[in-house]
Design a protein around this ligand. Structure first.
Ligand SMILES: NC(=O)c1ccc[n+]([C@@H]2O[C@H](COP(=O)([O-])OP(=O)(O)OC[C@H]3O[C@@H](n4cnc5c(N)ncnc54)[C@H](OP(=O)(O)O)[C@@H]3O)[C@@H](O)[C@H]2O)c1
Length: 241
């Protein structure tokens, strides 16, 4: 597994030269199960990585990594603004997820995404990578596998967050994640991919998503597009989201 990550890191390091490093990378949700492998790959690629975390966020997934932290809460716009002002960032990645304790506000995803987009624009961020979900908002109608799925308020909210990004004027990549593992976090299979076929549905590991996140960051041909991320052969979950 370590060899695989080393190989991937070397690959991204080469690509990084094509995307001048005039500024670091700010990761929201970087202490989480998806955010941590993203932060790890960024560090391995030689990036200056800052993780925005709540005061009590457990940082064990990031232990030993050279990472700067800014303390705040995504639902508190002032703390988000301060994070953007703490350093120059060229890329911002949001891998956060609404938590029962943290997020007792309505429209969590729309609200936090608006904060991120506003401050990205204000501070000249060059790229915003947003992790969302297959089935977000109106896009659910394009996914045959979800035709009988009763859309949750959270998925409606995620659709509104995408709208904020599309109208926000900051270059973006929207990655709609397929179903993620629940019980354990298996390593990358290397089979996960991004597709512009927005009818696709499936599962994917978080480690594969981390690889695809850096792939889109270093490849401007991927920018300003919406993707579904899946691994068609991964079958860890039978239930729907
Ligand atoms: N689970 C699925 O099947 C599935 C499917 C499709 C898409 N997704 C999406 O994939 C993404 C990652 O999911 P995950 O399961 O890997 O996430 P996760 O492990 O639950 O991590 C969530 C992260 O968000 C942070 N966070 C939550 N509320 C916050 C707040 N108010 N302020 C600052 N940080 C906050 C958490 O910090 P703390 O440590 O402080 O709580 C944590 O770092 C999410 O966008 C999720 O919606 C999930």
């Amino acid at each position: 597994m370590r060899q695989f990550f080393t190989f991937i890191a070397a690959f991204f390091l080469m690509q990084a030269n094509a995307f001048a490093k005039d500024g670091g990378v700010l990761v929201f949700g970087g202490t989480g199960r998806l955010g941590a492998p993203i932060a790890k790959l960024l560090v391995q690629a030689g990036e200056d990585v800052t993780v925005f975390a709540r005061k009590d966020s457990p940082k064990d997934r990031l232990s030993g990594l050279k990472i700067d932290y800014v303390v705040g809460d995504l639902t508190d716009d002032k703390s988000v603004a301060a994070a953007f002002d703490s350093k120059k960032f060229r890329v911002v990645i949001d891998a956060s997820a609404q938590r029962r304790d943290s997020s007792k506000i309505d429209k969590f995803y729309e609200t936090i995404t608006r904060s991120i987009v506003v401050h990205s624009k204000r501070t000249g961020v060059k790229l915003f990578i947003h992790h969302g979900s297959i089935g977000a908002g109106e896009s659910i109608k394009q996914v045959p596998a979800l035709k009988d799925f009763k859309q949750s308020a959270g998925m409606v909210d995620k659709g509104m967050a995408e709208k904020v990004i599309l109208e926000g004027g900051v270059p973006y990549v929207i990655i709609r994640n397929g179903l993620l593992p629940v019980k354990s976090d298996p390593p990358a299979t290397g089979r996960g991919y991004l597709t512009s076929d927005l009818s696709t549905f499936g599962e994917i590991t978080r480690d594969d998503l981390a690889i695809l996140t850096l792939d889109s960051m270093y490849n401007p041909a991927r920018w300003n597009k919406v993707y579904h991320a899946i691994d068609p052969d991964l079958k860890l979950r039978s239930e729907r989201p």
